[in-house]
Ligand binder design. Structure first.
Ligand code: PRP
Length: 184
């Protein structure tokens, strides 16, 4: 087996906030809990919110011990800015009909709450059998809209973070760790 090379911190990255092993352990733990919670459920669909959730969804999905399908939705409210506009736009909808399905939304980060609030309202109107949410990271200090999340990986302080799906101007998404960065 080939050893995995951990990329060094590049310029602009201040420190590793959550290392790769810690992320993997927490994702495994979340998968164990979710597997238990959905053990008697048929028609579970994981919906990844693009782009940021693509790595979490692929790791979590492969660790789940329950049969499920995967789908994706693309939303955006940030563009290349640091602050959510609050104006959430749907760029691409899911392909599956969510009616009567057990839907689990997969998010990389909960910040202002605008995105998840929009998505939960939107999905509720499609009459799913159940609707729950996973967010790897939660920045409670940034919340503008109160939104309930069922499975949270880590609470983090109000710093700009990249890696494990999260970007800065489309860079750093494939880092295996979460790093704090100082936007330039
Ligand atoms: C990020 C992130 C969440 C959302 C959370 O998406 O992936 O979807 O912001 O922020 P909020 O709680 O303030 O709404 P972004 O719009 O940056 O798109 P991306 O996932 O394609 O990078």
């Amino acid at each position: 087996m080939t050893a995995i090379t951990i990329p060094p911190l590049s310029s602009g990255l201040v420190r590793v906030l959550i290392d790769a092993d810690t992320i993997q352990r927490r994702v495994t733990e979340l998968a164990r809990i979710i597997t238990k919670d959905y053990k008697d459920v048929e028609d579970l669909v994981l919906v990844g919110v693009l782009k940021g959730s693509f790595i979490l969804l692929s790791d979590l999905s492969r660790k789940l011990g329950v049969t499920h399908s995967v789908d994706f939705i693309a939303l955006s409210s940030y563009g290349n800015s640091e602050k959510s506009t609050g104006n959430v736009r749907m760029i691409m909808d899911v392909r599956e009909n969510l009616a009567d399905k057990h839907v689990l939304i997969i998010e990389d980060i909960l910040d202002s709450g605008y995105t998840l609030d929009y998505l939960k309202r939107n999905f509720e109107s499609r009459r799913p059998a159940s609707l729950k949410t996973v967010a790897l990271l939660d920045k409670p200090d940034r919340r503008v809209v109160e939104v309930e999340v069922d499975y949270i990986g880590f609470e983090i302080p109000d710093v700009w973070v990249v890696g494990y799906g999260l970007d800065y101007a489309e860079k750093y998404r494939t880092l295996p760790y979460i790093a704090e960065m100082e936007p330039v």
